[in-house]
Design a protein around this ligand. Structure first.
Ligand SMILES: [Zn+2]
Length: 593
């Protein structure tokens, strides 16, 4: 973030009250030095959403949304960082740096293309409802789309002419440059002329999340190819960065904290028509990181509804990895027998289809496991080990031991391998301190219940008291926190600590940039509420962590001892004895294990 932005943000914070902004849409009640109300980011009946006026921060104990004023506006109005700063600066009467002339020209150009797209969408729509669009309307009726859904998604029809769009947009006084930039016309190879990209096709306008028409998809009415055609990649439109139906689905997605992803336009429309409005479709590409991030702005959970055939399953597997990498919880529903959601809805209706999703969805680990087992031709020792390795990381990252146990048993059953062997195989790869803490079970995470966990109380104590901070850092290090956001937070804090006295406040900016704004808001809250741990309690925690680490090292040494056979060579034996010596007398220098 530039120096300039920091000043703007400070100025915004000094002039505006977050509580006022929240109060525009949420009824707030004051209790003590805080405001409480019903959370705008999840549905609830009792107030768990808090605003701390003196810090201009919010935090929800129900859904853990939290952050500063900018985060709040980004979430509430689906803006990106820059848009939110500009919006707030405008309200506060703070001037934001003027854009460069090049950036302004680019924006003006984009506005022109958006206007041309909108005009084109209106024309396609008028044609659909006119005599010239009869074929298109018949097709949509055949597919049993209601007039309401046709209206809601602004569907249209491109007639079988070569110059409909070009003529119309010129008549509407758009320049040739603007019309070309829509991607709706193509230059012919032989002559120096342009012709319409979409002819004799049903038109699906593609909106961005603000509702602007940024591109189009077109479907043929008969069996000719290509079945679907999109506007080419333009300055405005990229298939990789958008999702079909997002604009229409965003409110339902946010309310349910879940998105359903289907593969086609028609499926998406049918889902909305059935009242399953948190549905979006990919635009004929494999799921991209940009799309995953877009989804993450609205939901924490994604259900993929993909075709059960090989191509569909391959796409689903790829999508699972991309979505998981962005931290989303992922479920997969594989639809059997070349059926798509459209067919299911026609056959069974909404309630039964939702029931079907509920019953047949599997989480990402089970999906991967199924997929790997299906694609292996033979289940021999090698393939079994390969499959265990493929899901090892996913299982290790699970929070609950019960869940882990579930997958151990599932693997055992599916691969026909004894459970204890699976456990050993899984443990081989899991290293790192975070997993040690998992096993110790000392720092249990119960953030979701609104109470502060021991982990959080330790964190708060460290942030409040530099002596405790240093004590922990020197004895067991800063990686003891299981919650990744807390781990990030304490490391960033450690970086700031030597250079200034306001480390905690400055951490707020870093928190937003690094994506732990919500954790920061929660800990800010706790720092005022939590008394912190007594020194003797801190020492107790440190001692337990050290003991646990020692136990683990001892276990490893024992395992090695078991492996050293009678005919072990001298070198091997000597290394072991040296390691053992280091373990017993930590001050001796030896070979590290
Ligand atoms: Zn909430």
């Amino acid at each position: 973030m530039s120096r300039f932005n920091e000043e703007v943000i400070r100025e915004i914070n000094s002039r505006l009250e977050l509580a006022d902004i929240v109060a525009e849409t949420v009824q707030l009640t004051r209790k003590g030095n805080r405001y409480w109300g019903l959370c705008p980011f999840h549905q609830e009946k009792t107030s768990s959403f808090s605003v701390t006026p003196d810090r201009n921060m919010f935090y929800c104990f129900g859904c853990h949304a939290g952050g500063d004023m900018i985060t709040y506006i980004m979430k509430r109005d689906n803006m990106d960082f820059r848009e939110a700063v500009e919006y707030l600066a405008n309200r506060a009467g703070v001037t934001v740096q003027k854009e460069s002339p090049a950036a302004r020209r680019k924006q003006e150009r984009a506005r022109g293309v958006v206007a041309a797209n909108l005009a084109a969408a209106q024309l396609y729509r008028e044609i659909l409802l006119s005599a010239k669009g009869k074929k298109g309307l018949e097709y949509l009726q055949e597919r049993r789309l209601s007039p309401e859904i046709v209206e809601k998604f602004g569907l249209g029809f491109a007639p079988d002419n070569w110059n409909t769009i070009e003529d119309y947009l010129f008549k509407k006084a758009f320049s040739q440059e603007q019309v070309k930039s829509t991607g709706l016309i193509k230059r012919s190879d032989q002559q120096n002329r342009y012709y319409d990209l979409f002819r004799n096709r049903v038109i699906f306008p593609i909106h961005d999340q603000r509702g602007e028409v940024i591109g189009f998809g077109g479907r043929v009415l008969d069996g000719s190819l290509p079945k679907y055609l999109n506007t080419p990649e333009t300055e405005l439109f990229s298939k990789r960065k958008n999702l079909y139906g997002l604009y229409q689905a965003r409110q339902a997605m946010r309310n349910l904290n879940q998105a359903l992803v289907v593969e086609g336009y028609m499926d998406c429309l049918k889902m909305h028509q059935a009242g399953i409005e948190n549905t979006v479709a990919t635009l004929g590409t494999a799921m991209t990181q940009e799309q995953a991030r877009l989804l993450r702005r609205f939901v924490e959970e994604v259900v993929l509804l993909f075709d059960g055939d090989d191509a569909g399953q391959r796409e689903a597997l790829r999508a699972v990895e991309v979505l998981r990498a962005e931290g989303l919880k992922v479920w997969v529903v594989s639809l059997p027998g070349g059926k798509d959601p459209d067919d299911y809805l026609d056959l069974y209706g909404k309630e039964e289809f939702l029931q079907y999703i509920q019953n047949s969805k599997v989480d990402h680990i089970e999906f991967k496991l199924n997929r790997y087992i299906e694609t292996e031709t033979e289940l021999n020792l090698d393939t079994r080990i390969r499959i265990i390795k493929a899901v090892q990381k996913d299982i290790a990252s699970l929070e609950s031991e019960l869940e882990k146990d579930y997958y151990v048993r599932l693997l055992s059953r599916r691969l026909q391998v004894q459970e204890n062997l699976i456990r050993r195989e899984l443990n081989k790869g899991s290293s790192g301190r975070s997993s040690e803490l998992n096993k110790s079970g000392i720092l249990r995470d119960n953030t979701r219940y609104g109470k502060s966990s021991l982990e959080e109380r330790l964190l708060v104590s460290m942030l409040k008291n530099t002596v405790i901070f240093e004590q922990v850092q020197e004895t067991v290090g800063l990686n003891i926190f299981r919650n990744t956001q807390y781990r990030q937070m304490i490391h960033s804090y450690a970086d700031l600590l030597p250079i200034n006295d306001h480390s905690w406040d400055d951490l707020g900016n870093i928190a937003r940039l690094e994506g732990f704004a919500s954790a920061y808001a929660r800990v800010s809250f706790l720092m005022e509420e939590e008394p912190g741990l007594k020194p003797v309690e801190v020492q107790g925690i440190i001692r337990r962590i050290q003991m646990r680490r020692r136990e683990l090292r001892w276990q490893k040494l024992q395992e090695r001892l078991n492996q050293i056979s009678e005919d072990a060579d001298f070198d091997q034996l000597l290394r072991f004895i040296l390691d053992l010596d280091t373990f017993i007398n930590p001050t001796h220098k030896g070979v590290t294990t």
